[in-house]
Ligand binder design. Structure first.
Ligand code: ADP
Ligand code: MG
Length: 295
């Protein structure tokens, strides 16, 4: 599978330019779409799932125009919207069976097999008889994923699936998604949380105010921050002035003051030790220094 996004622009009726001339190629594997709230992630995803017709530009799926092949594309697509809700009255398995019917699975036996397979896959088999709205937050999200996986889609698009989950569920959810990437398929995961990206995505894009500001591997983003992350031990007084000058990313009290990590272009006036950057550091560095310089 290959998605080619070609000079895509989305301007809403009220004039909001939610996507601003974005070009991007996405191939098999897990693709992370990172950006703060309002960056345009949901808008881009709605275009990809043909819910929204872009103002300008086009999307090609395996070389074919998305807008001209909507039915065909929808048949290979799974989507978990950001505001996913389900009918309160249905039991977990009933909801999936209902979704399978909506997805066009007419044969009852085939449908039942599919529901069972999905319940197993997302770890909800034991709670299949529970009312869907009585599931925990994490379970609901997994049910949402199961719904998106009906009929073995080749492209799966999940919009902020980890928002509001506790750390355990977040890890579980991530593992579920990365297990799926063993198949030949594209998974696009949007998030405003950097930690969702690092472990599982081979490629990522960074959106900011509708613009594509980075596209590459998470490692490539991390490399940009090399030499710009420092740690230092500071007294209370020093800490106050460092806070003014640099982007402090972590603070731990120490015996005689504070162990502080900062992101900065360079540090001159303090005894600072360089630290191996991670994706969280890189995101801060990129947004605060690289982006600001470009603009
Ligand atoms: N239906 C809409 N009409 C007008 N503006 C919208 C609409 N949906 C989203 N927007 C605006 O478009 C921008 C991008 O929104 P969105 O795609 O939801 O971003 P994200 O998912 O990254 O938070 C925001 O400024 C948002 O307010
Ligand atoms: Mg969104």
């Amino acid at each position: 599978m290959k998605i080619s996004i070609d000079h895509l622009t989305q301007i809403y009726r009220n004039g909001n330019k939610a996507i601003n001339d974005v070009s991007l190629e996405i191939e098999d594997g897990m693709f992370g779409l990172l950006g703060p709230n309002g960056a345009g992630k949901s808008t881009l995803m709605k275009i990809l799932v043909t819910l929204l017709k872009p103002t300008r530009g086009k999307v090609l799926i395996n070389g074919e125009d998305l807008q001209k092949n909507r039915r065909k594309v929808r048949a290979v697509l799974g989507y978990l919207p950001q505001d996913f809700r389900f009918f309160a009255k249905l039991r977990t398995w009933e909801f999936l069976e209902y979704s399978a019917r909506l997805a066009g699975m007419r044969n009852k036996a085939v449908r039942n097999d599919e529901v069972e397979r999905l319940l197993e896959e997302v770890g909800l088999f034991d709670v299949r008889d529970r009312k869907a709205n009585k599931l925990s937050g994490g379970m609901k999200r997994r049910l949402g994923i199961a719904q998106a996986l009906i009929g073995d889609p080749k492209i799966v698009i999940v919009d902020e699936p980890t928002t509001g989950l506790d750390p355990d569920e977040r890890i579980r959810f991530r593992n579920l998604l990365s297990k799926m990437t063993e198949k030949e398929m594209i998974i696009i995961l949007s998030t405003h949380i950097v930690g969702d990206i690092s472990s599982s995505c081979n490629n990522m894009a960074l959106l900011d105010q509708g613009k594509l500001v980075f596209n590459g591997s998470p490692d490539a983003l991390v490399e940009q921050a090399r030499g710009h992350v420092f740690k230092m031990n500071l007294s209370n007084l020093e800490f106050e002035s460092v806070k003014e000058k640099f982007n402090v990313i972590s603070t731990i009290p120490s015996v005689d003051g504070w162990d502080v990590q900062v992101v900065a272009d360079e540090i001159k006036d303090y005894p600072a030790i360089e630290v191996e950057p991670n994706l969280e550091h890189a995101y801060v560095y990129f947004v605060e220094y690289v982006l600001n310089k470009q603009m």
